[in-house]
Design a binder for this molecule. Structure first.
Ligand code: ATP
Ligand code: MG
Length: 779
């Protein structure tokens, strides 16, 4: 037997060497599903199956890259090169380029990212004179996206009165018209959005039987990771392609289906056995990733879901430490807890920053964590949010390049026609759009023939438009001989972009310049890298496609040692030794928007399961009793998910136990007051603060134990009664604050360490301060 196969257990080996026919591996987190896929491909190749006949679809391009590297070490790099591996979007974008003309698209079509789509939709809403508060462009975009993912074309939309009715009910009767205009404008601009990449692939495979046959014959073996999160459109593509040979292997875990909000359909995995004949079903039960405590805790959570396939997950790994649960008073405190415990464990256990991940439900939560990490000088990297390629200056450069490839690209054109400023105003652009729409031409075509065009633009401006056309055409000429790097370098200099960003000398300008430099470095790398890939040409078109489809995880070129911060959705499939799940509060996680139905709540619970199962050695769960949300301090209750974990796996810690107060690091809370340590005291709560009524049910679980190892940081520990927040402050008092000056106490709420006062300050208005921090003087 091949040596690498000995790195699999018996249950993993079976699906690995089962090559023919439809099969599914359903198994819990960390049980080696992705490993099975990887080894299976290596095994197939060692049995003589041509890499060209294997298609492997992964959740991120990064995952594909890693799989490929692993396979290369087994079968050799030159063989592995020919594998088709990547996300649905990246693989089918390549196929669409080859077949584009059948659909009336140029093969150099542009891929619009969400920012481009948003801008186009916003501009259509404006052109149609619709109320932008009712037609919110992001909502409109997500509606269009869901049509596309359900394969509802514009024509299908207008044929189905129910769809229109639903939009009328949602007070958006013109939805269909926007959809139509959007689709037409994308088509005219030679652009596809992300959803088009799947929709058009489906169109290609259904309308052209010869194309279907071609790719069926090519991809005799198909493998899909994370199958539980495929949407309808993806499902149909896989079905069509695998229909002839039925050599289809999918792996997934129904308990980790977390993308329903984006159209993922859990039924795809549940119904797989009905879709194909003689499906072989494999199950893996042994988890190799996590400690016993983590695996068991995760099992106890997912047990609460009613809709699930019964699964066993166990591990032979060590028991490991219990899961730490930490309560903080504020989100600021929570951040400091995370930062200080990372700091301490790094010191104690000689760990790297890269061993830690901090996961949250929403991107907005990163801020307080970031602040705390910065104060501790802990380097971190945020995934998600605005990716590098969506930053303004980068999009500016890329827009010029997009125009070189595809001058019809409307969004790219609108972005740079007057940037850097060259005296072409918005009115001119609006007139060009109207004229282009009227004559069914692209804006660039109108500009090219501006002398003949019937458009009210003065001769001075016309000359400027012609100059712009000449500029882009000169880049097109250069593109025939130069590589991506050389071209981009030339463009940034001659378009005036560098001058523009250099002009102001502000820190932002400097950062922008650095980013452009980084982009150019990336291009250099790309040009070098492409030389090693079999069918790559290193062309500008290829570069732009890579960029358009890069997810933030994929751009992780920076190999510096950093803590990872990301949403749980992004963390799927990844693993880290130490994982913090922060913001475990009702209305935040589970999200307030996902508590209306049982199925929504169950998806949130699956999300929690995904989060917890990312951890290898130790997991931390944290929540705060109050948090800034939408600019307001709101009280919060611990998430029900904490309570749902079998308590034997938990270690409930109090803030006092876990974190000594450090005035130098912890200074900036609630009005920059530097708390003096001798005035601060964490009072161990007699009754832990939990969801109303829940403390009674399971009091012992959340009992706060008096810390033994560490003393509370207070000089009044011997005298439990004297502390600041038991102060005699009453409503109506006039108080003085070190920064906000004098103010009147409007309201006092909370008790003990949580006592807050609402104070109307002369300078600074109404503020809510935690009395344990705010150094107030009654005057
Ligand atoms: P997820 O559901 O989170 O995607 P998964 O089922 O895909 O998880 P893998 O990522 O393949 O699980 O494996 C989890 C970890 O366990 C990886 O670090 C992997 O290398 C390791 N692993 C898997 N199988 C074995 C094995 N037989 N021996 C040693 N380590 C293994
Ligand atoms: Mg996996």
């Amino acid at each position: 037997m091949e040596k690498y196969l000995s790195q699999l257990n018996d249950a993993q080996l079976e699906p690995t060497i089962q090559i023919d026919g439809p099969m599914i591996v359903i198994a819990g987190a960390g049980s080696g599903k992705t490993r099975v896929l990887t080894y299976r491909i290596a095994y197939m190749m060692s049995k003589g199956i041509d890499a060209f006949n294997i298609l492997s679809l992964t959740f991120t391009n990064k995952a594909a890259r890693e799989m490929k590297e692993r396979i290369a070490t087994i079968v050799g790099a030159s063989e592995a090169k020919n594998l088709w591996m990547g996300t649905f979007h990246s693989v089918f974008a390549k196929i669409l380029r080859i077949e584009a003309d059948r659909l009336g698209y140029p093969s150099n079509f542009t891929i619009y990212d969400t920012q481009d789509s948003d801008r186009l939709i916003a501009s259509i809403i404006k052109e149609m004179n619709l109320d932008k508060d009712i037609y919110k462009y992001k909502q409109v975009r997500s509606r269009i996206s869901s049509y596309k993912n359900s394969l509802i074309t514009v024509r299908a939309y207008f044929q189905n009165p129910e769809l229109k009715e639903a939009d009328v009910m949602a007070r958006r009767p013109r939805m269909g018209d926007i959809y139509k205009e959007y689709v037409e404008r994308c088509f005219k601009a030679g652009a596809m959005d992300f959803d088009d990449l799947l929709l058009k692939t489906n169109e290609l495979l259904t309308r052209f039987p010869e194309v279907l046959a071609k790719y069926q014959n090519r991809f005799k073996y198909i493998l899909v990771d994370e199958y539980q999160d495929t949407n309808h459109s993806q499902y149909l593509i896989v079905r069509a392609l695998s229909d002839k040979f039925q050599n289809i292997c999918v792996v997934g875990d129904d308990a980790q289906s977390i993308y329903a909000f984006r159209g993922a359909n859990i039924n795809n995995i549940l119904n797989f056995q009905k879709d194909y004949d003689d499906v072989k079903v494999f199950r893996l039960e042994q988890n190799y990733r996590s400690t016993k405590n983590i695996v068991n805790a995760a099992n106890s959570i997912i047990d609460k879901n009613q809709t699930k396939l019964e699964k066993v997950v166990w591990t032979a790994n060590d028991e490991g430490p219990k899961i730490k649960v930490n309560r903080s008073l504020t989100d600021g405190d929570e951040g400091r807890y995370v930062a200080s415990t990372i700091f301490e464990s790094k010191m104690q256990n000689q760990l790297k920053n890269g061993d830690f991940a901090i996961l949250y439900r929403t991107n907005a939560q990163s801020r307080s964590i970031e602040d705390a990490l910065r104060k501790r000088d802990i380097p971190y990297r945020i995934y998600g949010g605005l990716s590098f390629y969506q930053r303004k200056e980068i999009k500016d450069v890329l827009s010029y390049l997009r125009l070189v490839i595809n001058p019809a690209d409307e969004e790219a054109l609108k972005r740079v026609i007057n940037f850097p400023p060259r005296g072409i105003g918005q009115t001119t652009v609006d007139r060009l759009i109207v004229s282009a729409n009227g004559y069914n031409r692209t804006i660039f075509e109108v500009m090219k023939n501006i002398d003949k065009a019937d458009v009210k633009i003065n001769s001075g401006t016309k000359a400027k438009l012609q100059d712009f056309v000449t500029l882009i055409e000169s880049y097109q000429v250069l593109n025939q001989t130069a590589d991506v790097f050389e071209l981009a370098e030339h463009v940034t200099r001659t378009s005036g972009l560098i001058r523009e960003f250099n002009k102001d000398g502000t820190p932002e300008g400097v950062t922008r310049m650095e980013n452009i430099e980084e982009l150019l470095n990336g291009m250099k790398d790309f040009v070098e890298g492409q030389k090693e890939i079999a069918d790559a040409t290193g062309s500008l078109a290829e570069f732009l496609e890579d960029v358009a489809l890069a997810t933030d995880l994929d751009n992780d070129k920076d190999d510096a040692d950093r803590v990872s911060l990301m949403t749980i959705h992004l963390a799927k499939g990844l693993e880290f030794p130490y994982v913090y799940i922060v913001g475990l509060e009702e209305d935040l996680f589970p999200s307030a928007m996902s508590m209306n139905t049982r199925s929504e709540l169950e998806e949130e619970r699956r999300l929690f399961y995904v989060a917890l199962t990312r951890a290898e050695k130790q997991a931390y769960l944290t929540y705060a009793l109050s948090r800034y949300r939408w600019g307001k301090l709101v009280d919060s209750e611990p998430s029900r998910f904490i309570e749902e974990i079998d308590e034997q796996y938990l270690d409930i810690v109090t803030p006092t136990e876990e974190r000594r107060f450090n005035p130098m690091l912890d200074a900036d809370i609630f009005g920059d007051v530097i708390p003096e340590p001798n005035k601060i005291r964490y009072k161990p709560a007699k009754q832990p603060i939990l969801k109303k009524g829940s403390a009674k049910k399971t009091p012992e679980k959340f009992q706060v134990t008096t810390p033994k190892k560490l003393k509370p940081v207070t000089d009044t520990a011997s005298n439990g009664n004297t502390n600041l927040f038991d102060s005699k402050l009453v409503v109506g008092n006039i108080v003085k604050h070190i920064r906000f000056g004098t103010g009147e106490v409007l309201k006092i709420e909370g008790v003990g360490a949580d006592t807050k006062a609402e104070i109307n300050f002369q300078h600074g208005g109404v503020k809510k301060l935690l009395l344990r921090f705010a150094k107030l003087e009654v005057v």
